[in-house]
Design a protein around this ligand. Structure first.
Ligand code: GRF
Length: 205
């Protein structure tokens, strides 16, 4: 079936920082490795370099901070309105550092995808790479990894896994060399997972 017969699936990407995973998605879409299109990038941090990456790609780059006095569920409801306006097929959490409540997730049932730099059931939450590195040094683990999973509810980094990959840890690794290895795996795995869900969805439609 020629590409033109299927409109590209729309992605809204949420970021909080550098946006290297966002960049991997943008590059894959531009290079046609991913039959999707990023229609907006939203960050809760004004200095997130990922917003600059979006601007350079000519994509709406939206800063959406949480006011200090605002209840997190009210913030999530407002964020859902901003995201919904773009009518995304998928909402991708790529280095997004806030836990999202049902007030957000219920607007996008089975369509929120998260990237987490650890294997299922290991190191949920922040600083996962550092915690894995320290566990390795204590002799508790021999390797770590990355997973891409759905976010059906408020569970943190525990949703149904779409793809996962192991990341070796070497005896001479520093935290930085391990982080670099893991980020390279993230960039590849996230694009592969998005290719999976956008292709699967296409064949269904
Ligand atoms: C990545 O390890 C991501 O999984 C984590 O933040 C790191 C930076 O991601 N949540 P990015 O460069 O901002 O995409």
């Amino acid at each position: 079936m020629p590409e033109t017969s299927h409109p590209r699936q729309k992605l809204v990407v949420l970021i909080s920082g550098n946006g290297s995973n966002l960049q991997a998605i943008l590059d894959a879409c531009a290079g046609r490795a991913l039959a999707a299109q990023v229609v907006a990038v939203i960050s809760n941090k004004i200095d997130a370099y990922g917003l600059e990456r979006a601007r350079r790609a000519g994509i709406p780059a939206i800063y959406h901070p949480k006011p200090k006095d605002q209840d997190r569920r009210a913030y999530d409801a407002g964020l859902a309105q901003v995201v919904s306006a773009y009518r995304p097929d998928w909402v991708v959490l790529a280095g997004w550092m806030r836990v999202l409540s049902a007030e957000f997730l219920n607007h996008f049932p089975n369509r929120v995808i998260n990237l987490h730099p650890a294997l299922p059931g290991m190191f949920p939450g922040t600083h996962a790479i550092q915690r894995a590195f320290e566990a390795y040094q204590r002799g508790e683990i021999e390797f770590t990894g990355v997973m891409v999973h759905l976010v059906p509810d408020e569970g943190v980094d525990v949703g149904p896994v779409l793809l996962q990959a192991t990341a070796p840890i070497h005896v001479h690794d520093t935290l930085e060399t391990l982080e670099d290895r893991i980020h390279a795996i993230e960039h590849r795995l996230l694009v592969q997972a998005l290719a999976l869900v956008t292709q699967t969805a296409k064949t269904k439609s």
